[in-house]
Design a binder for this molecule. Structure first.
Ligand SMILES: N[C@@H](CCC(=O)N[C@@H](CS)C(=O)NCC(=O)O)C(=O)O
Length: 207
């Protein structure tokens, strides 16, 4: 049985959404945030102390953009992954990684200076700088998209990765950086039944 350790609305949502898209059976543990401080045994689950942590047949994955691709390629064939011999393969891989490495990264630095510390330790100037950096990166990403989805002219795991970055922006006060076109793109993704199932699953299991 696939087991996923997740915190509500955190990056591990990518893994949860992917599991739902693939209609795989899984066991979900929703941990309090931050898990490193609030979940005993977290370091044994993942030495990095972060979520997601996904276990599958003795393998452990801890990267939220790798997990959707891993699941799609392992449990496919499915149109949710793009194969190397398809024309959209390069865009697929690029957007899959971009969602986390390029877009979520500045958002989390923003959170680190704007939200997580106690008010007296916050650094609004730095936080704003990272928010704007995220915004310019998202606008640039938009110019690289060709059509309704990130790659291959269809919904894929690259959209799970990219879509989560927009979901996060909308939930942490960075909506001003989401252009109308990217908002419309996100609305398309969020209308998928698997997205709703993932949202419901994390609430069902939350403690
Ligand atoms: N690059 C990793 C980052 C994982 C990560 O930093 N996860 C955050 C949640 S969004 C976390 O667990 N933070 C808690 C901590 O660092 O203590 C990924 O994409 O999964």
């Amino acid at each position: 049985m696939i087991t996923l350790y997740h915190c509500r609305d955190a990056r591990s949502f990518r893994a949860l959404w992917a599991l739902e898209e693939l209609e795989l059976a899984y066991e979900l543990h929703v941990l309090p945030f931050p898990p490193r401080a609030r979940h005993e045994g977290m370091k044994e689950l993942n030495p990095l102390g972060t979520i997601p942590v996904l276990f599958d047949e003795g393998h452990r994955l801890t990267e939220s953009s790798a997990i959707p691709h891993y699941l799609a390629t392992k449990y496919g064939p499915t149109p949710l992954a793009v194969a190397p011999d398809e024309p959209g393969y390069a865009d697929y891989l690029n957007f899959l990684v971009m969602g986390e490495a390029t877009l979520t990264f500045p958002q989390t630095i923003h959170l680190r200076y704007a939200v997580f510390p106690p008010p007296e330790a916050r650094r609004p100037e730095i936080a704003r700088d990272y928010a704007e950096w995220f915004g310019s990166r998202l606008r640039n990403a938009e110019t690289m998209m060709d059509g309704e989805y990130a790659a291959a002219g269809r919904f894929t795991m690259a959209d799970v990765s990219l879509g989560y970055a927009i979901k996060l922006a909308l939930s942490i006060g960075l909506a001003e950086f989401v252009t109308p076109a990217m908002q419309a793109y996100f609305d398309r993704l969020a209308a998928r039944p698997a997205y709703a199932s993932a949202m419901a699953a994390q609430l069902r299991e939350a403690r």
